[in-house]
Design a protein around this ligand. Sequence first.
Ligand SMILES: Nc1ncnc2c1ncn2[C@@H]1O[C@H](COP(=O)(O)OP(=O)(O)O)[C@@H](O)[C@H]1O
Ligand SMILES: [Mg+2]
Length: 257
Amino acid sequence: MIIDAQHVSWRRENKEVLKDVTWQVKKGEHWCLVGLNGSGKTTLLKMINGYIWPTTGSLSVLGRPFGKVDLRKLRQKIGWVSSALEGQIRGHALPRDIVMSGKFASIGLYDEVSSEDREKADELLERLHATSFSSRPFGTLSTGEKQRVLIARALMASPELLILDESCNGLDILARERLLSLIEQLAKSESAPTLIFVTHHVDEILPCFTHSLLLKEGAVYQSGLTRDLMTPENMTAFYGGSVIIERHGTRLSMAVR
Ligand SMILES: Nc1ncnc2c1ncn2[C@@H]1O[C@H](COP(=O)(O)OP(=O)(O)O)[C@@H](O)[C@H]1O
Ligand SMILES: [Mg+2]
């Protein structure tokens, strides 16, 4: 079991941000976490990374129940790519160093690196099609290029769980498809970590995400197989009927009604 959340809630300032969330992620599954802004997605991920604790309920991540776990060790096994991380990286940092820093979960590169580390970083940059800009300062990269570097950085520590929190935000439609196809290749690779792909755009949901969790106002709306949930009818109901959702092959598209 990768994630086992049982009746988890989280309360702040008299507000129940997460409400009775029960969610189980098993090895071999890849999940989409879908919900509008403010539905509790990032809060749930913070909890999985041990930055906040359930007010009630129980949570176990990578087989380690909270309360009995060394959070630093746990976080080494979880990769988390988010816009908050992107904001912390210095503009003059070089992609290759950024990737290597993933081994130490540090923002800059302060530790001694071995030739194996360098090789691994180069392999990952190649896997993310990032070799051509691997020696250009991070600040000069496009949003899509930055995301690819940060995903390679997360993979450097060989995580068991990789969380991609709204990775496609700010990408133009072609850059988005390029990133999605790299994520799909990653999901299909044999050594892939369990992926959790967070989005509020149904058109980013790829079939490689076998399962989906739909969050609405902090509660689980539905969870299950992506192919069962991602129907135009179901997703239109999820968004409250204010959108038009259509199927195009294996993907959905969405427009405001
Ligand atoms: N520390 C906090 N104290 C009070 N409210 C919070 C706190 N963190 C998040 N929230 C609220 O919880 C809700 C869910 O936020 P978040 O998890 O960031 O949503 P999402 O990632 O789905 O957009 C929001 O209404 C947000 O304002
Ligand atoms: Mg969020």
